[in-house]
Design a protein around this ligand. Structure first.
Ligand code: CTP
Ligand code: ZN
Length: 159
């Protein structure tokens, strides 16, 4: 037999140019899209598979985004909700770059602070949120403005 069987190819074809976010913990794909603020309204072609077999992590989700490259900084925040994720940059059908996501030292703009009295929640003072990473494992981040600490389970509420 020639090429190795690949479970996701049964569901979604290879893409020509874009990003494949692989090894996402099962059922977390929609959370990853929310984190990246991809709603579908941008007109990007997005493919999503949930709960497919993975040799590395048991069961996984995969997202393929065609026609758009995100910067390494934009992609690194995926580690907040999908620490096992692998990013593949695809150009002309080939994987030209592959790396694991890692929580950055600070996270700007992507998350809301849950403290209603935080300056970032004042309606008339639009301030870009900023959280500083205190610990990666376990995940602990801290609002740069009000000092509130957040853990992994808070992240979905902050999207
Ligand atoms: N992929 C794709 N389109 C391409 C090339 C790759 O959608 N033109 C997808 C593959 O289906 C796979 C991921 O990108 O989900 C990574 O591709 P590749 O590195 O070829 O696969 P593996 O070696 O299985 O990856 P890993 O070692 O990271 O598990
Ligand atoms: Zn705050």
């Amino acid at each position: 037999m020639s090429s190795k069987p690949s479970e996701d190819q049964l569901l979604i074809r290879k893409i020509r140019d874009g990003i494949v976010i692989d090894h996402i913990p099962a059922s977390k794909a929609l959370t990853v899209l929310r984190l990246l603020k991809i709603t579908g309204k941008e007109g990007l072609r997005v493919a999503l598979v949930m709960n497919v077999e993975s040799r590395k992590i048991g069961v996984k989700d995969i997202i393929k985004i065609e026609g758009r490259e995100l910067s390494r900084d934009e992609l690194s925040i995926i580690a907040l909700v999908a620490p096992t994720a692998t990013i593949n940059i695809i150009r002309d059908y080939r994987v030209v770059s592959k790396f694991k996501v890692e929580v950055p030292d600070s996270i700007e703009g992507a998350l809301r602070c849950l403290n209603t009295r935080c300056i970032t929640n004042k309606p008339n003072e639009p301030i870009r949120t900023k959280f500083v990473t205190i610990s990666r494992n376990p995940l602990i981040i801290k609002c740069h403005y009000c000092g509130t600490y957040y853990t992994e389970e808070d992240i979905e509420k902050m999207l």
